[in-house]
Design a protein around this ligand. Sequence first.
Ligand SMILES: [Zn+2]
Ligand SMILES: [Zn+2]
Length: 272
Amino acid sequence: MVAEGTAIGSCPLGVTVLGSGSKGNCTVVHYGSQAIMIDAGLSFRETKRRLGECACLDGVEFQGILVTHEHVDHITGLRLCSEKLEAPIYATMPCARGIRKKDAKIKQVATFVAGGKFTIGPFTITPFSIPHDANDPVGYIVSVDEWRVGVATDIGYASSTVEYQLKECDALVLESNHDMNMLAASNRPWGTKQRIMGRDGHLSNVSTAELLEHIVSSRTQDIVLAHISLDCNTQEKALECAGQALSTLHRNDVALRAARQFEPLETVWVGK
Ligand SMILES: [Zn+2]
Ligand SMILES: [Zn+2]
């Protein structure tokens, strides 16, 4: 179904990262007046405030909230966002169990299988498995018509599935979590450092750059670096590292941005 007055193919696909990082993750993918949310890791109040800051999201109708995994920075505002925005929650079955363990008041979760494909309104969703210490966590490919957007954070390492799915995307929202030296020098407990660096943890700037060298294709136009650590990384370091990968590929024409923790990032338009 397409909103009244909006012909298929006549409007671009928008990707607005409302916030990203260990204090809350929330991304909106929108097409005309219809939208889906990927993760609701900000409080509803904060989500509403940030939605209000984005003129292009004024009046959009949320068709669903897709959850990547049940860690608190991805589901803090899930129940209220789902209720207030009247948007059903979607997650894998093990993730749904994890969500209900953390918030027993959440009753309805529509479940899917990682690797399957389903549609919500105009959006075709392909969830794929990611290596992370959560219940059956996933990243998402969201497509409308020929346009394809990949959203993947909280990735321990770039598995072949991750690499395969993120190829041939027009826009990517991709984790670039930490700078190895800053993480090593931080005063975090050794166990925490091990977890973050491990195969079920998070992607370092260098790992993200290596992954980009494999997945950036001729159709890649926009990359948003996400889940950037506030104390073990800087936006500059993440951008520099990914920028070097793009230089190696002779793709300095790709628009490279860093998502913010406390403010929405300008909307990326695909197909404009
Ligand atoms: Zn996270
Ligand atoms: Zn996580």
